[in-house]
Write a protein that binds this ligand. Structure first.
Ligand code: ADQ
Length: 455
């Protein structure tokens, strides 16, 4: 069922598409674009437009072998589907943050409705033999909706974020219906073996599923295959960016700012799962505990705002603003800015240059499906003088990147000590760790990920 025949097309569904070539950058966009442009197929997603009276027909855009079908949505629907359900219920719960979940916001009907609307669009465009490949937590119910509308061909899913333990998932008031819907997929890819185990246990405990082996669960007559497929990056493409003109310009500007100081770097979407307050506190401990860091290092955090209409994200932004001010106020000097935070995005090429210059990269999420920044940072390093990756054990990437300096981001003193060790690490050890990490991200790259899913 999951094996793709040579002439079957891919029909991908995701909330955002990469119809704009500029957006063929981060994780999902690159991975899906690569798969689609090689095989040919259709990408169905939201148009980015909110309309008072949206047409039920999608806008069609053709780009080589890929055709896009883009649906407009009504603002109220989008607010409930995207902000309300996907980002205030599912995102916090799946990241183990029940304290932040807004279970009482009555957005599930809109979530279901938008899924049915997307299902109609898939039904109009998919042929029997095509493989429908649904991306991420915005579309858990889609397979069930498609079956209800009569689709018989294979339907797969990939979850980019973690799947929590059954007792966490069960806290969602609609969990029984959601898990019943998820059980309609034929093949579900997850980032880590732990995610596979959690989903498998939930299918068994909630639906009375029977484990056929570690990766297969039978529910009634239907078999759901679960597959552990950690997402990777296109390493060569990313290394090429380091030599681009924008990367070189970024290096020049940043070097001027650093004036010989060592750069410690963070690059994240502004999101509470990324552990930014804890990271800032750990940096503060670093300055308290190791006076020789004063004047000799700078920590730069790049964090473009995301989902800024959700209250929790507004609060996070305020918290970061305050922390940044406090740390600079207590530690800074006439000629030293200890830490700075840039609330904006950078072009991919610029980012590659910025990574290259960083002696230490801090990837310290409290919970993260994979985290591609960790892999991009390693890809951007130079074998002669590589920087050091400090990586949270709660990022999916830590399962593959054991040669990073692994930290528990809740342990502020431990993280500060690890950062100090990274700053002082002798060249030979930096090279050994980097080589091993680099070999890993090359071996298990974006093509490996795709092949593993479709194997
Ligand atoms: P994200 O939570 O968005 O993705 P991540 O994997 O780190 O997290 O991907 C972020 C991407 O955005 C990276 O490619 C990075 O380069 C880019 N980016 C981040 N900050 C940027 C900035 N300031 N300017 C420009 N680009 C920036 C979700 C899951 C992850 C999972 C991915 C892919 O939450 O766990 O790894 O999907 O499956």
């Amino acid at each position: 069922m999951s094996q793709l025949s040579d002439n079957s097309r891919l029909i991908v569904v995701s909330n955002r598409t990469a119809v704009d070539p500029e957006s063929r950058a981060g994780g999902l966009a690159v991975a899906v674009w690569d798969s689609l442009s090689k095989r040919g197929g259709t990408w169905i997603g939201w148009s980015g437009q909110l309309k008072d009276y949206p047409s039920s027909r999608p806008r069609l855009v053709e780009d080589g072998a890929v055709d896009f079908a883009l649906l407009d949505l009504r603002k109220a629907d989008y607010d409930d589907f995207y902000l309300g359900y996907a980002n205030e219920v599912l995102w916090p719960t799946l990241h183990n943050r029940l304290d932040l979940a807004q279970f009482d916001n009555d957005s599930y009907p809109a979530y279901r409705r938008i899924n049915r609307h997307f299902a109609d669009c898939v039904m109009d465009r998919a042929r029997d033999g095509d493989f429908v490949w649904v991306q991420d937590y915005h579309f858990f119910p889609l397979a069930r909706d498609l079956r209800a509308k009569g689709r018989t061909g294979p339907i797969g899913f990939f979850l980019h974020i973690p799947f929590p333990a059954p007792e966490i998932f069960r806290a969602i008031p609609d969990a029984p219906d959601l898990i019943q819907a998820i059980a309609h997929y034929d093949l579900i890819g997850l980032q880590t073996a732990g995610d596979v185990k959690n989903l498998r246990d939930t299918l068994i405990e909630e639906l009375g599923g029977v484990a056929l082996d570690d990766d297969c669960v039978r529910i009634g007559e239907h078999i759901v295959r679960l597959r552990h497929c950690p997402i990777g990056i296109d390493v060569d493409a990313f290394r090429d960016e380091v030599n681009s003109e924008p990367a070189q310009q970024a290096v020049a500007r940043l070097s001027q700012f650093l004036d010989g100081r060592k750069l410690m770097l963070g690059v994240d979407r502004m999101d509470y799962s990324k552990g930014l307050p804890q990271r800032f506190e750990a940096i503060s401990r670093l300055f308290d505990t190791y006076p020789d860091t004063h004047g000799t290092v700078n920590f730069t955090q790049i964090a473009p705002p995301s989902r800024s209409r959700v209250d929790e994200y507004k609060n996070l932004r305020k918290r970061i603003d305050r922390l940044c001010g406090r740390i600079n106020g207590s530690n800074g000097d006439l000629d030293w800015l200890p830490i700075r935070y840039l609330a904006r995005g950078y072009k991919r090429e610029e980012l590659a240059g910025i990574y290259r210059l960083a002696k230490v990269c801090l990837v310290t999420p409290l919970q993260d499906g994979m985290n591609l920044v960790a892999k991009e940072y390693v890809a951007a390093q130079d074998a002669d003088d590589p920087g050091v990756l400090v990586l949270s054990k709660f990022a999916g990437a830590a399962r593959q990147m054991g040669d990073a300096v692994i930290v528990n981001p809740h342990d502020l003193d431990g993280t500060a000590a690890a950062i100090k060790m990274a700053l002082d690490m002798p060249l030979a050890e930096r090279q050994r760790r980097w080589q091993s990490l680099y070999d890993g991200i090359r071996r298990e790259d974006i093509n490996w990920w795709r092949a593993r899913y479709f194997a």
